[in-house]
Design a protein around this ligand. Structure first.
Ligand SMILES: Cc1ncc(COP(=O)(O)O)c(C=O)c1O
Length: 479
């Protein structure tokens, strides 16, 4: 049943008070102004004011008018608090539907996760963690707060690690973060303003998190195909790009696994430099390049400190360590490290300790093992897809990391597939998570799923699609 008009006005005024448009102690607009604002008779406004007075939210001051009550407001809030109003008003909007559902369903017992972007539990080196903890931790750990940019020995190890990637930096240009995600958050908080333009590849991981959507800057999505086809003129001639950034995941991109060629990386850098646009290079997957040497990073190619570089141990070692790093111009790093202190006073010192030992003694051999393992899983999943899915879609060659980006040839009702798959115990990642335009794509991942489940679940998914006739249903309305 629809609420009566006077109740809607009450709700609206309470919302104005809640979000500070009508502050405590402030005089409310005149009855005439409210009559005009809401398009109602004066008697309705009188009725509303009477009710709000009876709640103690408003009070009359003789010959002065009606005010938001100073004393009773807190009382009213504690008696009538409607958390939904607060949640609804928050600028921190909830994750989109699929992400919420995925977060909810990931921990359902026996669910098969066909899209999860994590190493499976048996690939996480718990034995090495145990060794570090039992051998070194009790003797050497100091678990006080760490320096603003993070533990100096860990920064030293990160410097050595990225040197092998061709990146030369000083420890002062390295800041340890709680995962790369915190690096992204610090960039949003510390460098971007509402006027900024955030140029992002699409599809992109950045769309699956809301971190950069909250600052109300303009997002400019550019498809990877657009970037490659316009590699000499990516940005508009007459557009103002001040305070803007270009975010990219140029090597083993999430979700597409795409990697730009060296020439393309150089062109992107050159144009960003010419336009004065800093590049945020998210490089957290590149160590998982399967064969031959890892393609050069943009940070290595950058000669003018125009790249802020993000790395992490989440995809190569363990996401639960929550250890990542930001590398860039020292002044920027100092500023972001200062912000980090305001946020959390640094990543866990125990994790930083483990990560230091890990990088010094275990990382290199582990990466070789993990790559072999992932490659085997990738082959299994590709074989299953070739058998069960190649007549209805396509994917590009995968050269490393976790993902197979599958595009259906026809349109498909993925919302329904998502629900039906869940009923059958399968959790999938629809492409829409990464771009609202990707309504007919799926991100498959072979990193988390049990090897023995790969073939069976791919076949099961295909059976659902056929049985429910999901393909081609929305071709006319949404292709
Ligand atoms: C491209 C990309 N960047 C950053 C992150 C966040 O990683 P972390 O766990 O280090 O915060 C992810 C996680 O999936 C990712 O895919």
């Amino acid at each position: 049943m629809e609420k009566p008009i006077y109740q809607k006005i009450i709700d609206d005024m309470l919302r104005d008070i809640n979000n500070g448009q009508l502050e405590v102690g402030m005089k409310i607009p005149s009855q005439r102004a409210l009559t005009q604002k809401y398009g109602v008779n004066r008697s309705t406004i009188v009725h509303v004011i009477d009710i709000l007075k009876s709640y103690g939210v408003l009070e009359s001051k003789e010959r002065k008018g009606i005010y938001v009550s100073k004393n009773k407001w807190n009382e009213y809030v504690s008696n009538n608090l409607n958390w939904q109003d607060y949640i609804g008003n928050s600028i921190n909007q909830n994750n989109q539907y699929y992400i919420r559902e995925i977060n909810r369903c990931e921990f359902i017992p026996d669910i098969v996760r066909l899209g999860t972007g994590e190493l499976s539990a048996e690939l996480i080196p718990n034995d090495a963690f145990h060794e570090i903890i039992s051998k070194d931790l009790s003797r050497q750990l100091t678990s006080n707060y760490e320096a603003p940019k993070g533990n100096i020995q860990l920064r030293q190890q990160v410097k050595e690690l990225v040197k092998k990637r061709g990146i030369e930096c000083s420890v002062e240009e390295v800041c340890i973060t709680s995962g790369a995600l915190q690096g992204l958050k610090l960039i949003a908080d510390g460098l971007l303003i509402p006027k900024s333009k955030i140029i992002v590849e699409t599809p992109s991981y950045i769309n699956s998190i809301r971190t950069w959507h909250k600052i109300h800057s303009k997002m400019i999505p550019l498809s990877v195909d657009y970037i490659r086809n316009n590699i000499h003129a990516i940005f508009k001639e007459d557009e103002d790009y001040s305070n803007s950034i270009f975010y990219c995941n140029p090597t083993l991109h999430n979700p597409t696994s795409h990697t730009y060629t060296l020439k393309e990386k150089e062109q992107i850098l050159e144009q960003c430099k010419a336009k004065g646009i800093p590049v945020v290079e998210d490089d957290i997957y590149s160590e998982l390049w399967f064969e031959g040497s890892i393609p050069k990073s943009m940070k290595e190619l950058d000669t003018s400190h125009n790249v802020l570089y993000l790395g992490s141990l989440s995809k190569t070692v363990s996401p639960g360590l929550r250890i990542g790093w930001l590398i860039g111009n020292e002044r920027v790093i100092n500023h972001l490290a200062d912000l980090k202190m305001q946020n959390d006073y640094g990543a866990s010192s125990i994790s930083q300790f483990i990560a230091t030992k890990w990088l010094a003694h275990y990382h290199e051999t582990h990466i070789e093992d993990i790559k072999r393992n992932l490659k085997r899983r990738k082959d299994m999943m590709e074989d299953a897809l070739t058998e069960a899915f190649s007549d209805i879609g396509r994917w590009s060659k995968v050269e490393g990391s976790f993902y197979i980006w599958f595009r259906f040839n026809e349109s498909i009702d993925l919302k329904r597939l998502f629900k039906l798959a869940l009923e059958e115990g399968l959790l999938i990642h629809p492409g829409e998570i990464y771009s609202e335009k990707e309504k007919h794509s799926l991100r498959f991942s072979y990193s988390y799923i049990d090897e023995h489940d790969i073939k069976e679940s791919i076949y099961k998914l295909r059976t659902i699609i056929d049985k429910e006739n999901l393909l081609n249903k929305r071709k006319s309305s949404d292709s």
